[in-house]
Design a protein around this ligand. Structure first.
Ligand SMILES: [Fe+2]
Length: 177
């Protein structure tokens, strides 16, 4: 399964710290093993069940958000210099993990995708933090997962969480109907 996850998530290799890279990989392996979805499914299913006729796949949307996060962070570092401190490993790990909790939000009934009971009761930022805590991801990364969506709007987000939140939303909102 490690190879399959690295195949859908080549950005995991962008994480420089070996132990962090391993933990991120373990979270995704665990989530897929506990989900009705396969790595192949993630390449084809629409990234949102709430958008009618959505043609953008889950992986396309998620990888775009990670790639955008890195581009934004690099530009901010270049232009703002020492005025801004961004931990790139935390940023990339967090961006890769923000939607790992979605794997348990889905159910497959008679081959059709629906929202699972877990998905109805617990939105994916909570499920994602639970998975990240299980594999002892640093709190800085759990913070990015916890506050990446609307749940974090009233919180004080870290710089890494601010970047990931916006990168995620710009790769989502244009498709909202
Ligand atoms: Fe999300």
């Amino acid at each position: 399964m490690n190879e399959k996850v690295l195949d859908i998530w080549p950005e995991i290799k962008w994480i420089k710290d070996e132990s962090l890279r391993e933990k991120v990989l373990n979270c995704w392996v665990y989530a897929i093993e506990n989900s009705p979805l396969t790595p192949e499914d993630l390449k084809v299913i629409p990234f949102s069940l709430l958008i009618k006729d959505c043609k953008i796949s889950f992986m396309n949307h998620k990888r775009t958000a990670v790639q955008l996060s890195v581009e934004i962070a690099n530009l901010m570092k270049k232009n703002f210099g020492d005025e801004i401190k961004i931990n790139m490993d935390y940023l990339i790990a967090g961006a890769i993990l923000i939607d790992v909790g979605k794997l348990i939000e889905y159910d497959k009934i008679d081959g059709k995708l629906t929202t699972s009971n877990a998905g109805k009761l617990l939105r994916h930022p909570f499920g994602g933090v639970a998975i990240a805590a299980r594999f002892e991801l640093p709190y800085e990364v759990q913070h990015i997962i916890a506050y990446h969506a609307k749940e974090g709007d009233d919180a004080k987000r870290s710089i890494e969480a601010i970047i990931v939140h916006h990168a995620d939303f710009v790769s989502f909102e244009p498709f909202k109907t």
